[in-house]
Write a protein that binds this ligand. Structure first.
Ligand SMILES: O=C[C@H](O)COP(=O)(O)O
Length: 249
């Protein structure tokens, strides 16, 4: 089986402060040469502060357009120049609140890669969709929107995050077995198109991950770390989650 380096990513959403950048960057500086990649996704106004602090940084979304009359948007080329290395695309809050369709998400994914950012493609089903037994169908459609536009090879320079919408910010984490089952489904689905891409792709779990449940999630064979919301805003909890990705908690 391919060795995949774990990633622990903190999505601050529209939270945080200059002080928090300083606190978290100090707390996670010890992971620089460790066997885990730690990435912070601060709100856009904190991007430069976060880069200056020395942490590995991504944006929470990116425009599918090049520069121009797009008030409020984040340009991929500029984000890269400023020091971002990653961007989230298709987070469920962007899909649900800001109307991003899977086609728009695929355009954003393409623009990110074109400008040198690594896209972290977020996918996941709602509670209703899970109840209807449509989890795999929904996740497959969200991933296939990118593959149809760019081909399977595009996924080799990206990260995937499975985030069941019902588990986000609710305290209702998927069980390790539930999460592993969807991660395995994704890897099996991709392996029908490219075994090397399927085996090397890092697939993160997100949804109410905390310092108590991270280890049992991260030790699942197809879970390669986490995309952390609320718990990434607390230095102690976030450090503990990073440690569990290293397997030393
Ligand atoms: O991007 C992160 C996810 O939305 C998870 O958020 P949460 O850890 O607060 O549930």
């Amino acid at each position: 089986m391919a060795q995949r380096k774990p990633i622990v990513a903190g999505n601050w959403k529209m939270n945080g402060s200059i002080e928090l950048v300083s606190e978290i960057s100090t707390a996670i500086s010890k992971y620089k040469n460790e066997q885990v990649d730690v990435i912070i996704f601060p709100p856009a106004p904190l991007l430069c502060k976060a880069v200056e602090s020395g942490v590995n940084v991504g944006t929470q979304t990116i425009s599918e357009f090049d520069s121009g009359a797009f008030t409020g948007e984040i340009e991929a080329k500029l984000a890269k120049q400023l020091g971002a290395n990653y961007t989230l695309v298709g987070h469920s809050e962007r899909r649900a609140i800001f109307g991003e369709t899977s086609e728009i998400v695929a355009d954003k994914f393409a623009k990110a890669q074109e400008k040198g950012l690594i896209p972290v493609l977020c996918v996941g089903e709602t509670e209703k969709q899970r109840e209807l037994g449509a989890t795999e169908k929904v996740v497959a459609e969200q991933i296939n929107a990118v593959i149809s536009k760019l081909g399977i090879a595009a996924l080799s320079n990206s990260v995937l995050a499975y985030e069941p919408v019902w588990a986000i910010g609710t305290g209702k984490t998927a069980t390790p077995e539930q999460a592993q089952s969807v991660h395995k489904f994704i890897r099996d689905m991709l392996s029908t198109q490219s075994e090397p891409v399927a085996q090397s792709l890092q697939i993160l779990y997100g949804g109410s991950v905390n310092d108590k449940n991270s280890k049992s999630l991260f030790t699942q064979p197809d879970i390669d770390g986490g995309l952390i919301g609320g718990a990434s805003l607390k230095a102690d909890a976030f450090v503990s989650i990073c440690n569990s990705a290293l397997g030393n908690v």
